[in-house]
Design a protein around this ligand. Structure first.
Ligand code: GLC
Length: 496
């Protein structure tokens, strides 16, 4: 196998956000282009946990032990074939180590939502285990393979490859780091890192404000750095706010940095077959979309005769939670629309939405403060307009799902939203955008969407549904990058 993805999440096995969707879909798309790849992630909860139930039959492929902070941590790598898609073989490797990953929770303990006792070093230990396995005779990688690292959870691997003498056999392995979000950096106190006893000729590349910064380390030391849209790549180099202080590191990456937008798993996200939808439809026959809207409105207590606006997302500052409640308040006041919100997150934003729901007129606002995959699919499909006021958006998947399901997106023109939603100009376009990040600008753009005549709405809907956001093009861009790094695997298809 030439390419191994190293990630903290992979759908449907362990999903917190869009990272999981990408790592769950990209290997299948690469395989269709002739590049076999596998995924390695922590085995949250171990062989008797919740993830194990989704992983099906597993087989042990490696046992090892890592030494860290004066302790030995034995671990075992299992292989599952549960990720294989469309006849493409995608092995999923699960690293089982009970001390750091014995709980079902991904970033927080499943039972009480608290942080792990050894939280600061969990992913460092994961990376040490992955490297122990890769340098063993059980490695799944071919001689000319490469590592595709995702987010800060795998960001220290290039530095470990080059500074840990134990990894000298792997030192030539090319690395690609994909930044799905710069909101988390994986900070580790130097004292804990230093227990590795490594001789660091270039310690500055790991340091940010006096601690080891895993994301920065990856950005500075990986052979290539990608982000999930070209606009986000630019924003990371220009804005200390978007990069959370790492703009200088992204600038230093220079030509090593590029943006490749995410695709959509067209098999999972198809309104004609989606098992979560009680009614189905397609661009040629939208009858089922109306029936779906009626069913969803009835189940949420909303008035189906009104235009339906939907929101699905985490209630965090990055996703625009600050402007959501005040924007919805204006929209309820200024328009005749009904609104359905699904999401969970910071208590203050949940509280503001709960208050709004309590005072909204009958049939106008439904707020579900939860993570609910089935309802999410229904809201992407049932809406007339999809709301995505993200403050920052590396790529964003909600707008892609909404377009595919004939729901017109209204988005803040930032990051991947700018790159994937073309503004309606009266003739062409796939959605509506607003530039200023404010509740007023958001409500104004929703007003514009609701004022469109039936012909314009139908054109926008068709443009969105027929746009090609499949993984094929993005996967081809990754293959080009892999080949620039020396991957010699023969590839199928044209243009690759
Ligand atoms: C993160 C980003 C989102 C992106 C996803 C997958 O969740 O916030 O914009 O689509 O990763 O790359």
């Amino acid at each position: 196998m030439p390419v191994l993805h190293v990630s903290a999440e992979c759908a449907p096995f362990a999903k917190v956000g869009g990272l999981a969707d990408v790592v769950g879909a990209l290997p299948g798309a690469l395989a269709r282009l002739g590049v076999a790849s596998g995924v390695v992630m922590p085995f949250y909860g171990g062989p008797h946990g919740r993830l194990a139930q989704k992983a099906g039959a597993i087989e042990s492929v490696h046992t090892g032990v890592v030494f860290f902070e004066g302790e030995w941590f034995p671990f075992e790598v299992f292989q599952s074939d549960a990720l294989s898609s469309d006849g493409a073989e995608v092995p999923l490797y699960l690293v089982h180590e009970p001390e750091h990953f014995g709980d079902d929770g991904v970033y927080f303990r499943a039972s009480d939502n608290t942080w792990f006792a050894r939280g600061e070093v969990r992913y460092l230990v994961f990376q040490l285990m992955v490297l122990d396995w890769l340098r063993s005779e059980n490695t799944p990688l071919d001689g000319d393979g490469l590592l595709h690292l995702h987010d800060h959870h795998a960001g220290l691997i290039p530095a470990l490859l080059h500074t840990d003498p134990a990894n000298s056999v792997l030192a030539d392995l090319p690395t690609v780091l994909t930044v799905h979000s710069a909101d988390h950096h994986g900070e580790i106190p130097w004292a804990r890192w230093n227990s590795l006893g490594l001789d660091l000729p270039n310690w500055e590349s790991l340091d940010h404000l006096g601690v080891v910064n895993s994301l920065k380390a990856g950005v500075e030391t990986a052979d290539r750095v990608t982000t999930v849209s070209p606009s986000y790549a630019i924003e990371l180099t220009e804005s200390p706010e978007t990069s959370h202080g790492l703009d200088y590191a992204f600038q230093l990456a220079g030509d090593r940095l590029s943006g490749i937008v995410n695709g959509v798993d067209m098999d999972v996200w198809d309104p004609a077959t989606d098992a979560f939808l009680p009614e189905h439809f397609s661009a040629d026959d939208l009858g089922g979309k109306t029936a779906l809207k009626q069913a969803v409105c009835a189940s949420l207590g909303l008035d189906a005769s009104r235009p339906l606006l939907t929101f699905v997302g985490r209630l965090t500052p990055e996703k625009g939670a600050e402007v959501l409640a005040p924007g919805i308040a204006q929209i309820l006041h200024q328009t005749d629309a009904a609104v359905a919100i699904l999401g969970s997150g910071y208590p203050e934003y949940e509280g503001a939405l709960r208050d709004l729901a309590a005072s909204a007129p009958e049939g106008r606002l439904s707020v579900t403060l939860a993570f609910d995959e089935a309802l999410a699919h229904r809201l992407y499909g049932a809406g007339d307009v999809f709301l995505m006021p993200s403050k920052q958006e590396p790529c964003g998947l909600g707008q892609l799902y909404a377009m595919r399901y004939g729901t017109i997106p209204v988005v803040h023109a930032v990051g991947g939203l700018r790159d994937t939603v073309t503004a309606w100009d009266g003739a062409i376009g796939t959605g509506l955008r607003f530039d200023a990040y404010s509740a007023d600008a958001f409500a104004e753009a929703v007003g514009r969407a609701l004022a469109l005549d039936a012909d314009a709405r139908a054109a926008l809907q068709q443009n969105g549904m027929r746009a090609d956001h499949s993984w094929a093009a993005s996967a081809a861009d990754y293959v080009t990058l892999y080949r620039e790094l020396g991957l010699s695997t023969a590839t199928k298809g044209s243009g690759v």
